[in-house]
Design a protein around this ligand. Structure first.
Ligand SMILES: *[C@@H]1O[C@H](CO)[C@@H](O)[C@H](O)[C@H]1NC(C)=O
Ligand SMILES: *[C@@H]1O[C@H](CO)[C@@H](O)[C@H](O)[C@H]1NC(C)=O
Ligand SMILES: *[C@@H]1O[C@H](CO)[C@@H](O)[C@H](O)[C@H]1NC(C)=O
Length: 405
């Protein structure tokens, strides 16, 4: 669908309290890109940051981006993932391309406005790194390459990456199909997340769950008349703490970690707690969610039976399905490589494709109140995405030649 019917603000209507860096403010700066390209990149990045798009509220940015890409002569499709939340899918002359370049348009809360510091050439604001820097750099890189690789490239910007990946899961279930009805297979998918300009060779897996305890309330002077949900929860957590050291590790990803992210229980000091719960996230360095679930169930089974004998209950409620460590391709020359401990949309896109993870900016500042990156990092990312696209396109041709032999 061409979203030409939707009324959208023109690019120039977006006002800001802080101006995008201009040539005059940057006389000392030696740009990596030609001046007009650099200016467009910075202005696009600026506009993306100015539009608040905290997960769940991506309607405005989706429509704006669709308008922008249409103005750049892309064919644009908006995929409605939920009410007023759209994935933006864009391509040139061909809908089924070999390479898909993707990132996300939602951010974590709270919103921080755009700010440019000309003293040290840094760009601040929510999403300035995660992942609007990737989005802006990908668009400029793909646009510059369109003439050469017209039929090879499409762009996908999804919603909801920060809250479990419903946008990418939706795209995965509604992937473009060939005329025969068969799902189109991408040769390469490039994902954009902050990676400090390095290629990521893999990230840890994920398993999350909640421990829920139901006890029985009583006056704290007569605790034997009740069952303390807090006692049961603390025993369970102690068991998990001891287990933490024994979870699987690997040379590539290091140790599995387990975070007790939130604990709630009881109502007052003089009441035996009736309910308690703990929310826990495990980052897997090896093994699978399935195997680790079994380990956890075994570790907690004694405490579960004891709670039941006393008239209480300990339930383990699993979060999403989880996923094992995710190996990612990183076989392109000229990049530094690393592994990371955060999750991405990569496992949410089903299919047998080469996958790469690259983006400007540092993950350590990404969700903070001082999220920022330098202008140079942003410009470098355009050059690096270009390099990555050209290299993976060449690999595809080499594969084809081998197949033809
Ligand atoms: C889009 O296509 C039109 C018609 O071919 C052309 O005149 C215009 O310059 C193009 N715009 C961009 C941004 O490439
Ligand atoms: C801009 O950056 C410089 C150098 O890091 C710093 O001293 C200054 O406080 C910054 N300005 C603002 C407005 O944050
Ligand atoms: C993994 O855990 C062990 C024991 O707890 C520790 O000695 C080691 O330094 C950890 N490795 C990494 C990579 O954090």
């Amino acid at each position: 669908m061409r979203p030409s019917q939707i009324l959208l603000p023109a690019l120039s209507c977006l006002t800001s309290t802080t101006a995008t860096p201009t040539q005059s403010s940057l006389q000392s700066y030696s740009p990596l890109l030609p001046p007009t390209t650099s200016k467009e990149l910075l202005s696009l990045h600026h506009s993306l940051i100015e539009i608040e798009s905290i997960s769940g509220n991506e309607g405005k940015i989706g429509k704006w981006l669709s308008h922008y890409l249409s103005s750049q002569n892309f064919t644009v499709e908006l995929q409605e993932v939920a009410s007023n939340r759209y994935n933006v899918f864009a391509y040139g002359s061909k809908r089924l391309t070999n390479i898909l370049v993707s990132s996300h348009i939602d951010t974590v809360p709270p919103f921080w406005p755009y700010e440019y510091n000309s003293t040290d050439d840094t760009i601040h604001g929510r999403g300035s790194v995660d992942a609007k820097a990737s989005v802006a750099a990908q668009i400029i890189a793909v646009r510059e390459l369109r003439e050469k690789l017209l039929d090879e490239l499409s762009l996908l910007f999804v919603v909801g990456e920060e809250v479990g990946g419903d946008g990418m899961a939706y795209f995965s279930d509604h992937q473009p199909r060939k005329e025969s009805g068969e799902v189109h297979k991408y040769d390469t998918v490039i994902f954009g997340e902050p990676t400090e300009g390095k290629l990521v060779c893999g990230h840890k897996g994920m398993l999350s769950f909640t421990l829920k305890v139901r006890g029985k309330a009583a006056h704290s002077g007569y605790p034997w008349l009740g069952v303390s949900a807090n006692d049961v929860l603390i025993e369970a957590l102690a068991k998990l703490l001891a287990l933490r050291e024994k979870l699987p590790s690997s040379e590539k990803y290091g140790n599995t970690t387990m975070n007790f992210g939130r604990i709630d229980g009881g109502v007052a000091a003089n009441v035996v707690a009736e309910t308690a719960e703990a929310k826990i996230a495990i980052r897997l360095a090896a093994s699978t969610p399935k195997a680790v679930r079994v380990t956890l169930l075994e570790a907690l089974s004694d405490i579960q039976s004891r709670a039941e004998e006393q008239g209480g209950k300990l339930d383990i409620v699993w979060g999403t399905e989880g996923y094992p460590p995710v190996d990612i391709d990183c076989d392109v020359e000229g990049f530094e490589t690393m592994t990371v401990n955060y999750g991405t949309d990569i496992p949410n896109l089903k299919g047998d494709h080469r996958r790469y993870l690259y983006g400007p900016g540092n993950i350590f500042v990404a969700h903070s109140d001082h999220e920022a990156l330098t202008r140079k990092e942003l410009e470098q990312a355009v050059l690096d995405y270009r390099k990555l696209i050209i290299a993976t396109n060449m690999m595809r041709h080499q594969d084809q030649e081998v197949e033809e032999l």
